[in-house]
Structures are given as structure tokens and as C-alpha cells.
Design a protein around this ligand. Structure first.
Ligand code: ADP
Ligand code: MG
Length: 637
């Protein structure tokens, strides 16, 4: 067998992240050990699970543990586990590359931010796991053998672009990571990571809850002053979710969160739950303080792990959390499930469904409490996860009311601060029956849309909905607190009071008569684009706007469907004209006086095009529009 070490290159993204670690942009170096222990713990979980599922796998799972070995003379620290291990290919794929989605995005942001504080924050949100060893080591050696395989693999790198890899014959099953420690340096916050006390302190601070024994040899002096070395378990191994808030510190919960989430930043909320009786379980859930980079990617996994009687069963258990709460992390430990439950069984299990219902309610009620008791924290939550939570308005009928209660939206009331629906309703004007909203691509498009004119003039508040998901839920949610949601770009608008209506009645009748000819002529002229042309009561300054019927697909939604490749018949809406605008009244006059309508047809087309542009829409033939407009303008000179 060829035993020459082979030299391979790190994947480009991996190389860049390693550079950052080698040149240490992250100030808390202690956490490298947490990351290595976290990986070892995962490897032990995986081995136990695989041994359980695959009875042919010849492994001994009786004594699974993590050993920390210090060699003071050589200045090395080794983290050794007898877990699942890695094959050669796995080492190349898992250690030589970064498969995390969002890596490219992260690197782009890192490059942009010159500020080290911001870079630290970003790296912290991303978490670079194994690579953090290069903060404290100038060389890392990893020897591993996968359970069930004969051949082991030795990997080594100084973190500078390449690594070597070679087969080894006598590797123990599992993985040993040896760090060749950099010299101590107080300026760089490098401690003596070869000191027993330091290692012990780090383990107890960051990894105490790991459910496997973390052992190390420590010196002990007996009564007669004789020192011996003995193996000691340094962590308490107590499953944190089984402990009450009094029995464990806030810090411990936070570290546990970091272990299961692979996030380096503290969670926003910690949620504990316990059910006793026929179906017993404990849950420890976390709401992160920031959205992961891949929250809106299709393949995004859910974050809750399932344990059965303290034994890890599976990651991202989709049966426990609905998709719209996919950012919730944590652990659920059930007493009465079989250890070999499958995902399929879980999906159908009635007890699991009940459990899920309770977990969801608990998460939502936690947010509700946050809303009243800690508005700042709530705002962070909503900024990070609001668009995901709003998906629940479409999918989770049972909790729709609660989601509406905890949601907030941009509104014309206050450009700085989003509003809850409760607050909106409290501000509603006398006689106002509906909750008004407008969907669109951006706040400025919405605010400058002609549809807004009458609402602004009369002082009605309008919700400004710019998330793609808003287009979806407004169609399926009817009301909040008895008030219907009403798009200001749909249907007829009537904002006048009874009195105003009375006084304007005769004037309106007259207008209708005056404009009847023009409207029917325009309806005919523009029939390919609109289904009707009518007079508007929502415009004050613009000449025209386009509105839909209550069930018409909005332009944004139409665009979304088409982007998803869905066929859609062309959507025709309604053109509304402002009779108070000189262009419109002038057009009426010209139409009444002229025999030949050829010049006017262009104006009609321009009018329609302008209305389309005003709502942020796209012209079907921009160059034609330009030509017509240039022509018209030339005539005015
Ligand atoms: P993460 O833990 O977030 O996946 P890491 O950089 O910490 O990222 O580790 C990358 C991968 O390398 C792990 O997902 C795991 O598959 C593998 N790995 C790391 N350490 C070990 C280990 N001790 N035993 C087995 N596999 C490991
Ligand atoms: Mg890791």
C-alpha cells in the first residue's frame, strides 16, 4: 500500500475561513475546546445510534467517552473520542470543505466589513466548528477510523491552504484531534492550554452538560504528600433539559444552546417545558438571537432534536416543529417512545402530534409575553424571524389568532416602528370598518403609490406589506378582531362620511353622466389590458391608477407565480381615472369634440402606462411607451 502522505488543497471557502481563524479575528479563544468536545459528543451519539440500528456493526458501545490528554513537554492537547469516526472520504469532505449553506454570503459580508467587531459577530453567527482549533494551534493532527472499517486515516495541517492525508493501520476506532499549541501570549489572549486547571475550567464552563464522560488525567496529592495521576471525569453529565432553572445557571443553558445549534452567540429566549402523566416528556427550546443565513432556503432543516430516555435519536425532527418555526432550536426528550422510532412513525403518532401542538403554543405564547414584557427583545425577534412566522398565517389554521396577535407590520402611522394589529385597531378612525393594507415590493413604492392618495388625504392608516409572504397570507386571512383586511388597491373605495356622501351625490351623478362616453370608449380602446375603466374616488393628485377586484391576483403575486414557472392567464384589472385631474378632464373634452380619435388613442395608452408605472409595475412594451411619450412632449414645445 502507498503510505506516502498525499497533499490536498482546502476548498476555496474553507481556506478563507481558516485564514480568519489562523489570524484570529475571534477574541474568545477558549471556545475551540467546546467545539472539539461538541464534535466528539456528536460522534458518540451517532455511534450509539448506528450500533442500535445496524446489529451487524461490530462495535463496543459499553464505554463511550471523551478523553483529554495533555503532553506538557510537547505542548500538545489531544481530544479523543471512541465514537463513529470518519472514513478517508469523509475526512476530505467534512474537514477539507465547508458545506454549510450561506458560506459564500458570509464571506462576502466579511470582506465588506472592515470593522473587526462586526466580523467577529458574523463569524460568531456562522460558527466555524473544527477550524476554531487553529486559533490556538499552529498545527493540527487528526487520526480517525470509522466504526466498522479497518483502515484509519491521518490528517494534518497548519491551516495554511493545504493538508496532508495518509492511511494508518493501527488507528483506534473514533477520532483523536491533536493540537500543537501556539506559545502562550497574554496580548493575544492565549493561555496555557496545556495546563490542567485551564482545561478543566473550560470544560466545566462550556461543556458540563455533555452526556458523555469527559475524562482527563489529573495529579492528586494524598495525605502523605505523594502525588499520583488518575483519570477523572470533569463534567457532571447531567442532561440539562432535565434540570430546572434553579438547578442550572443561565450560562449553562446558553452553552448548551451553542452545542446543539452550532451557533456561537447567545440565544434570545430559553423555553423549558415538562409534561407528566401518560406521555411524559421534557423540552428545552431556544429562540436564537439572529436568523441563520439559510432561513429562507428551501432545504433548510428544522432545529429540534429528539431524545428518547436521554438517548439521542435524531436531529431536525420535523414532526416536532412546523416549518414556520424552523428557527427554533432545542431538545425534546420523550419517555415513552421506542428507541427505534422512524420519521414516518413520528409523523403519524398521535402523542407526538399532541406534543407538537403544545410546543408550538408554548413558543408562540413566549413571543406574546416578550411582546408585552420586553418590547426591545420582541422587536429583535420580529425583525429576524417575522417573515418566517407569517408563513404560519397561511399554514397553521389553529394558531392563526395568536400569530396575528404577535405579528407586527410596517405602517403609514410611524415610519420607524412597526405596529401590531391591536395597536392599529385602537387607532382606527371613527367609522372605519376595515384594516387597510397595501402589498408591494418596497416601502417607497407603496408610499408613493397613487392608491395611497385618498387614504393619506383623509388620514387613514395603511399597513405597508413588503415581504413576499404577505401576498400569500392576506388572501387566506379574513379578519382580526372582527375587522376585515382590505387592500387599498382592490375593489371600490369609499372613505367619505355619510354627510360628505350626501353633499357630493349630485355632483357625482353629473360626473358619471359627463364621463359615460369617454369611459366606454376607453374601455374598448384598452380592452386588451383592462376589464373596465371607471371614475375613481381614491385619487387626489394622480390622473389614474389600476385596481383589482377583491379576488384578482396582485401584480407582485402574479410575478411570483411566473417566477416559480406557473402558467397564469393574463390578469386584467380596472383602470380608475381622477376626474379632477386636468389630463383626464381635458381628455374628456377632446373626446367629446373630436370626430377622429387617433391622437387620443395614444393618450389613452400613455395614461394606462403611467398608472402601471406608478404602482411599481412593468410596461409590456417600454420602447413603445417611450416613443409615444416623446412624441407627445415634442408637440408641447
Ligand atoms: P459542525 O459540527 O457544525 O458540522 P465542524 O467544523 O465542527 O462543523 O465539523 C465538521 C464535520 O466534521 C462534522 O459535522 C462531523 O461530520 C465531522 N467531525 C468533526 N469532528 C468529528 C469527530 N470527532 N468524529 C466524527 N466526525 C467528526
Ligand atoms: Mg462542530
Amino acid at each position: 500500500m502507498d503510505t506516502q502522505p498525499e497533499t490536498l488543497e482546502f476548498q476555496a471557502e474553507a481556506r478563507q475561513l481558516l485564514q480568519l481563524m489562523v489570524h484570529s479575528i475571534y477574541s474568545n479563544k477558549d471556545i475551540f475546546l467546546r467545539e472539539l468536545i461538541s464534535n466528539a459528543s456528536d460522534a458518540l451519539d451517532k455511534l450509539r445510534l448506528e450500533a442500535f440500528r445496524d446489529k451487524d456493526l461490530q462495535v463496543d458501545t459499553a464505554d463511550l467517552h471523551i478523553d483529554l490528554e495533555v503532553d506538557k513537554a510537547q505542548r500538545t492537547l489531544t481530544v479523543r473520542d471512541n465514537g463513529i469516526g470518519m472514513s478517508r472520504d469523509e475526512v476530505v469532505n467534512l474537514i477539507g470543505t465547508i458545506a454549510k449553506s450561506g458560506t459564500a454570503e458570509l464571506l462576502r459580508k466579511l470582506k465588506e466589513s472592515k470593522d473587526t467587531g462586526a466580523s467577529q459577530e458574523l463569524i460568531g453567527q456562522f460558527g466555524v466548528g473544527f477550524y476554531s482549533s487553529f486559533m490556538v494551534a499552529d498545527k493540527v493532527t487528526l487520526v480517525t477510523r470509522r466504526a466498522g472499517e479497518d483502515q484509519g486515516t491521518r490528517w494534518e495541517s497548519s491551516g495554511e491552504g493545504t493538508y496532508t492525508i495518509e492511511p494508518v493501520d493501527d488507528a483506534a476506532q473514533g477520532t483523536a484531534v491533536t493540537l500543537h499549541l501556539k506559545p502562550e501570549d497574554s496580548e493575544d489572549h492565549l493561555f496555557d492550554y496545556a495546563a490542567d486547571w485551564k482545561i478543566k475550567e473550560i470544560v466545566q464552563r462550556y461543556s458540563d452538560f455533555i452526556t458523555w464522560p469527559i475524562r482527563m488525567e489529573v495529579e492528586r496529592t494524598d495525605g502523605e504528600g505523594k502525588t499520583t495521576r488518575e483519570l477523572q471525569t470533569v463534567n457532571s453529565m447531567k442532561a440539562l433539559w432535565a434540570r430546572s432553572r434553579e438547578e442550572a445557571s443561565e450560562e449553562e443553558f446558553k452553552e448548551f444552546y451553542k452545542h446543539i445549534s452550532h451557533d456561537w452567540t447567545d440565544p434570545l429566549e430559553i423555553i423549558q417545558m415538562k409534561a407528566e402523566g401518560t406521555f411524559e416528556y421534557q423540552a428545552l427550546l431556544f429562540i436564537p438571537s439572529h436568523a441563520p443565513l439559510d432561513l429562507y432556503l428551501r432545504e433548510r432543516k428544522r432545529g429540534v432534536q429528539l431524545y428518547v430516555k436521554r438517548v439521542f435519536i435524531m436531529d431536525d425532527c420535523e414532526a416536532l416543529m412546523p416549518e414556520y418555526l424552523r428557527f427554533v432550536k432545542g431538545v425534546v426528550d420523550a419517555q415513552d417512545l421506542s428507541l427505534n422510532v422512524s420519521r414516518e412513525i413520528l409523523q403519524q403518532d398521535r402523542q407526538i402530534q399532541l406534543m407538537r401542538r403544545r410546543l408550538v403554543k408554548k413558543v408562540l405564547s413566549t413571543v406574546k409575553t416578550m411582546l408585552t414584557e420586553n418590547p426591545d427583545r420582541y422587536q429583535t425577534f420580529w425583525k429576524e424571524f417575522g417573515p418566517a412566522v407569517k408563513e404560519g398565517l397561511v399554514n397553521d389554521f389553529d394558531n392563526r389568532e395568536t400569530i396575528l396577535e404577535i405579528a407586527s407590520f410596517d405602517s403609514t402611522h410611524d415610519a420607524e416602528k412597526p405596529t401590531t394589529l391591536r395597536e392599529y385597531v385602537e387607532r382606527m378612525k371613527e367609522g372605519q370598518e376595515h384594516i387597510y393594507y397595501l402589498t408591494g415590493a418596497s416601502r417607497s413604492i407603496i408610499e408613493n403609490s397613487p392608491h395611497m392618495e385618498a387614504f393619506r388625504a383623509k388620514g387613514f392608516e395603511v399597513l405597508v406589506l413588503t415581504d413576499p409572504v404577505d401576498e400569500m397570507w392576506v388572501d387566506s386571512v379574513n379578519e382580526f378582531d372582527g375587522k376585515h383586511f382590505q387592500s387599498i388597491a382592490k375593489g371600490q373605495v369609499d372613505l367619505d362620511t355619510e354627510e360628505e356622501k350626501k353633499s357630493a351625490e349630485s355632483e357625482r351623478d353629473q360626473q358619471q353622466k359627463d364621463y359615460a362616453d369617454l369611459l366606454s370608449w376607453l374601455t374598448k380602446k384598452l380592452e386588451e389590458n383592462v376589464k373596465e375603466v371607471r371614475l375613481s374616488s381614491r385619487l387626489t393628485t394622480s390622473p389614474a391608477c389600476i385596481v383589482g377586484d377583491a379576488h384578482d391576483v396582485t401584480p407582485t403575486l402574479e410575478k411570483m407565480y411566473r417566477a416559480m414557472g406557473q402558467e397564469l392567464p393574463p390578469v386584467k384589472r380596472i383602470l380608475e381615472l381622477n376626474p379632477a385631474h386636468p389630463l383626464v378632464s381635458g381628455l374628456r373634452k377632446a373626446h367629446a369634440e373630436r370626430e377622429d380619435d387617433s391622437g387620443l388613442a395614444d393618450t389613452a395608452e400613455l395614461l394606462y402606462g403611467m398608472a402601471l408605472l406608478a404602482e411599481g409595475g412593468e410596461l409590456s412594451d417600454p420602447s413603445r411607451f417611450m416613443r409615444l411619450l416623446a412624441d407627445r412632449l415634442a408637440h408641447t414645445l
